[in-house]
Design a protein around this ligand. Structure first.
Ligand code: TIU
Length: 224
């Protein structure tokens, strides 16, 4: 068992029943010319989450934890992309349009790939999701149930969009979520802050908030 220093209070987890879930650390959100930038965002704000994610990923792998990666994106024919999603907002390039990293937010295109720094290792499941939440129209819940997982360490981007949506979905399904603050980022620093506050408020209404340092320390303590 490992006890992770967290808010609103420390949480004790069984690493054999804990999965590290890294959400949407894709070129389309973190690199120039991708979906995030076409939405008008400053992508440099997401870079700070990469090194903390790498550190937690290394610790989780060393401890033999289940590591799951997710990617947001759509089939090349866009049959799984709601019209309302494709037409929303004022992106300079729409979902499916040809950009510098291939077609925006389309599976199989370079921009859809997870960034090289956080590339999945062989055997680590990658969940391709059409929505913001990682449970919607995916087999994530089945995978977690089959492995007896009850707790998720959550990292990724963006804090208030895909991270928050996934945490809310997980919380309703009975999973305990520990969101690592420095492993998440947003194009809006204030949304990052409030996104985390919303999770841990009211006694941890959606889950716990911790940090890469605290999670790594807890994992390392079980290995000593
Ligand atoms: N736009 C934005 O903040 N996020 C997304 O569109 N997807 C994810 O958060 N992955």
């Amino acid at each position: 068992m490992a006890t992770i220093d967290a808010e609103p209070q420390p949480i004790t987890v069984d690493l054999a029943r804990t999965a590290l879930v890294i959400i949407d650390m894709q070129r389309d959100f973190l690199e120039p010319g991708g979906f995030g930038e076409t939405l008008g965002n400053d992508i440099s704000l997401l870079a700070a989450a990469v090194a903390p994610c790498q550190a937690v990923l290394a610790a989780a792998r060393a401890a033999g934890m289940l590591v799951i990666h997710t990617r947001e994106g759509h089939r090349p024919d866009l049959s799984d992309a709601p019209k309302a999603k494709v037409e929303r907002g004022e992106p300079s390039l729409r979902i499916g349009a040809e950009g510098p990293m291939g077609r925006i937010l389309v599976r199989g295109e370079p921009g859809h790939d997870i960034i090289a720094a956080l590339a999945p290792a062989p055997g680590e499941p990658v969940i391709d999701k059409p929505g913001k939440g990682a449970f919607y129209q995916t087999d994530l819940e089945l995978m977690l149930r089959n492995r007896g997982v009850d707790t998720l360490l959550v990292c990724g981007v963006t804090t208030e969009v895909c991270v928050n949506t996934t945490v809310r979905e997980a919380n309703d399904r009975g999973y305990r979520c520990v969101v690592l603050d420095d492993c998440c980022a947003s194009y809006f620093p204030e949304f990052h802050d409030y996104g985390l506050k919303m999770i841990k408020a009211q006694g941890g209404i959606f889950g716990w908030v911790s940090s890469s340092r605290a999670a790594i320390a807890a994992i390392a303590a079980t290995q000593a």
